[in-house]
Design a protein around this ligand. Structure first.
Ligand code: HEM
Length: 461
């Protein structure tokens, strides 16, 4: 079932059929009860990530490099998070806005050039998101938008890697651990054979990151520190003055992780936003009015700022609603129960049971999101009484929950909140695909294709 790419609806179906807690594998349980979210993922919970996540760790200098995202070890997680938490904070986002704006201008120019012709937004939005995260991370725009292609097959590489993850990740944890041991831990020739069978699709990202770190060092050595640079790498180097030296390996780890965690996720969410807006003319009209009115009243800068987009409440509701119906991660967020076991949905699960909740299951829950939970209706976020809204937010799983919640959320929210109104301000967008729907494939990320649109420039209000 998972291989077919329909995990989100498959999990919904099995819960519909068998109830809120379903055994889906030898030691694996899927849960659809939102009350279990704080128990499994909440701050202070002792549940740990499963070996599924290690499959997504890159290999660097011959050994697995667990990232802040993939590590299963609480101490290592805390250690990795401590040096970068401030860089991901909301207050720091204004340092990244200029990088997003540069990319937005390139996107707009390209769309002006392609005006009137069918444009594959599935590609363009990913090229945009990738160029933005490269710029934010180390001031390197990969040039997807300028070259209008998947530069160095980077996107294809992530996709291939995730097709492996999708299938191998279904093996029970113990078997997965053994397989990883065989493929990654053995030295010499055997390891190389293993690597040929299971190519490390992420090595390109660690190489690029190495190049950028070297470029930064060389420029500091020749012309000194560039005080204009506010990108992630420059800020991390600045931090070393106060926090002490960050090893080369940790540096590569943090920076390459941004590329891997921050491009597909944002692209998927952008696709969902544009798709639902285009497919719902009433919503489109309403958000267009909100943007045009703000424009007429001179409340929007040349590039919409993050602060300005927060004052477009309907746009904010659209963003949430799109990520509710189509969250970036379509797979269950797997955890092991702690050694003493756990009580979930009235069942006692022994220690080391793989237990998980999927965003696409919870997000369609009618108790939380209303009887019309399967409809795209941004108004639900504006009409809900405070208590209901609190629950809608609390159980919103697009960015995960609790201790291991998404640390990059602020980057995406800033990036999308600025970009969407900027594009709607400049262009009228319509569906231009010969088929009425997009196609989706869930391989951890819940990726869409076939989002073909046509753009016409608007005479600005
Ligand atoms: C709309 C965009 C995004 C979505 C939907 C998203 C989704 C998620 C989700 C669901 C998790 C939790 C995974 C789990 O519990 O198993 C997560 C964690 C994480 N995300 Fe994001 N993400 C987004 C953007 C980003 C960006 C832009 C970055 C970095 C630049 C990023 C970096 C991370 C990291 C490092 C973690 C692990 C955090 C930890 O364990 O402490 N994400 N993300």
């Amino acid at each position: 079932m998972v291989y077919n790419g329909n995990a989100p609806s498959n999990y919904r179906d099995i819960h519909q059929k068998y109830g809120p807690i379903v055994r889906v594998g030898p030691n694996e349980v899927s849960v659809a009860d939102y009350r279990a979210i704080p128990v499994i993922y909440g701050v202070g919970s002792k549940f740990t990530k499963t070996p599924f996540y290690t499959l997504m760790s890159p290999i660097y200098q011959g050994s697995i490099m667990d990232s802040m995202f993939s590590t299963r070890d609480a101490t290592r997680h805390k250690y990795l998070k401590s040096s970068v938490a401030q860089i991901f904070s909301m207050t720091n986002m204004r340092n990244f806005e200029c990088y997003a704006d540069e990319c937005t201008q390139i996107f707009i120019d390209a769309m002006l050039d392609l005006e009137g012709t069918p444009v594959d937004f599935s590609h363009w939005l990913q090229w945009y998101a990738f160029d933005v995260i490269g710029s934010i991370t180390f001031r390197r725009r990969f040039g997807f938008m300028e070259k209008r292609k998947d530069v160095n097959n980077m996107i294809a590489k992530i996709d291939t890697g995730l097709q492996y993850v999708k299938v191998l990740g279904q093996l029970p944890g113990g078997m997965l651990g053994s397989l990883q041991w065989v493929l990654f831990r053995l030295d010499g020739a055997f390891q190389r054979i293993g690597m040929t069978l299971l190519p490390d699709t992420m090595d390109r990202f660690t190489k690029i990151t190495e190049e950028e770190v070297d470029r930064y060092e060389n420029s500091v050595a020749t012309v000194g520190v560039d005080s204009q640079r506010t990108d992630f790498l420059a800020q991390l180097r600045e931090k070393e003055k106060r926090l002490g030296k960050i090893s080369q390996r940790d540096m590569i780890n943090h920076l390459s992780n941004n590329l891997l965690a921050g491009s597909d996720t944002t692209a998927i969410s952008l696709r969902a936003i544009f798709y639902y807006v285009i497919k719902n003319p009433q919503v489109y009209g309403k958000v267009q009015n909100e943007i045009d009115e703000a424009d007429r009243e001179n409340r929007l800068s040349k590039f919409v700022t993050y602060e300005e987009c927060l004052k477009l409440p309907y746009l904010q509701a659209i963003m949430k609603e799109a990520m509710r119906l189509h969250p970036g991660v379509g797979f269950p967020l797997e955890r092991y129960t702690p050694s003493e076991g756990a009580e979930i949905c009235g069942h006692t699960l022994q220690g080391g049971t793989n237990v998980s909740i999927s965003a696409p299951v919870i997000h369609y829950n009618q108790e939380i999101y209303g009887k019309d939970a399967d409809l795209f209706r941004p108004e639900r976020w504006q009409e809900a009484p405070p208590e209901v809204l609190k629950a809608m937010d609390r159980y919103f799983l697009a960015f995960g929950h609790g201790t291991r919640t998404c640390i990059g959320k602020n980057i995406s929210i800033m990036e999308m909140g600025k970009f969407v109104p900027q594009i709607l301000r400049h262009f009228r967008i319509s569906w231009a695909s010969p088929v009425p729907e997009w196609q989706t494939d869930a391989a951890w990320f819940w990726k869409q294709s076939g989002l073909i649109v046509r753009l016409e420039r608007r005479v600005r209000a």
